[in-house]
Write a protein that binds this ligand. Sequence first.
Ligand code: ADP
Ligand code: MG
Length: 316
Amino acid sequence: MPVSEFGLIKQFFTRPAQNRCTRLSVGDDCALLSVPEGYELAITTDTMVENVHFFPDVNPEQLAYKLLAVNLSDLASMGAEPIAVTLALTLPRVDDAWLLAFSKGLFALAGQYGVDLVGGDTTLGSLTLSIQAMGLVKKGKALKRSGAKAGDLICVTGSLGDAALGLKIKQGYNSDYASDALHRFNMPSPKVEQGLLLQGVANACIDISDGLAADLGHILESSQLGALLNYSDLPLSKGVKDYIKKQDEPFFPLSAGEDYQLCFTISPEKMMRLSMEYTCIGVIEQQQGLRLKHQSGEILDFKTQGYDHFKKEASK
Ligand code: ADP
Ligand code: MG
């Protein structure tokens, strides 16, 4: 990195450490983190590329927020408490106003969870952003995709399809519920607290980034089990219900990506004692595959690869 860019890091990406695990932050060749006795380090990375993951007209403050949110969402889905991140920035040019807004969005969410930005890399090139996030999880208590058990209830936090509706609106769809949906698309909130409550309680968990059918499908594949979902139990906002009705796309909430809600499986006894908001949408079954009980009572059978396949199956 050119020497002149050290100023950039100092100005926009250096803040006093606030997390108990941070031993050494930005400024050396590596950061140093300590992992308390009895904990494991959970690590994840997500990258966002202009024109692939975001529009060129994106608001940099929201972009930074979302980049961090999607990484914290991965930690949440493992039941990990976020502690620190590194940031790899590839920028087409150095634009102070852009960087100021970007760092504002990043530190707004980081501060909310006491997460430190402990290092990174800054280069010139097409706009590409990566965060690596690190979190703590009690040894052996991480929520894996492979832990589901037959008889578990399948639950989700929040509602489904709102972020995908936000994307449709960005692409020109008109909705009376635009502001909520756009907010969910632009600034998803990672379910960190919920992930921590589920640590050691849920049997399996995943965050919904590619759509419920695909992501629950990962749990089913890893756990070698199947599921029956109840369509009428899916938690849907007014905006998504309105979209489904107007567009006649009943399966939209199953394929809708970028919700960053958690989908978890849990024994009925443990669910009774869960002190958070969630909706129970189905049950894990021994028989492999994903089945959907429609409002009509009909049970639709579909593969878990995603929406397109399901659409074909369902319209038969
Ligand atoms: P090196 O040559 O050792 O890779 P760099 O010159 O790339 O070091 O970075 C100098 C310091 O600034 C390092 O501590 C690095 O972690 C940090 N850093 C670089 N870019 C960023 C960034 N975008 N955000 C946070 N820290 C950064
Ligand atoms: Mg470097």
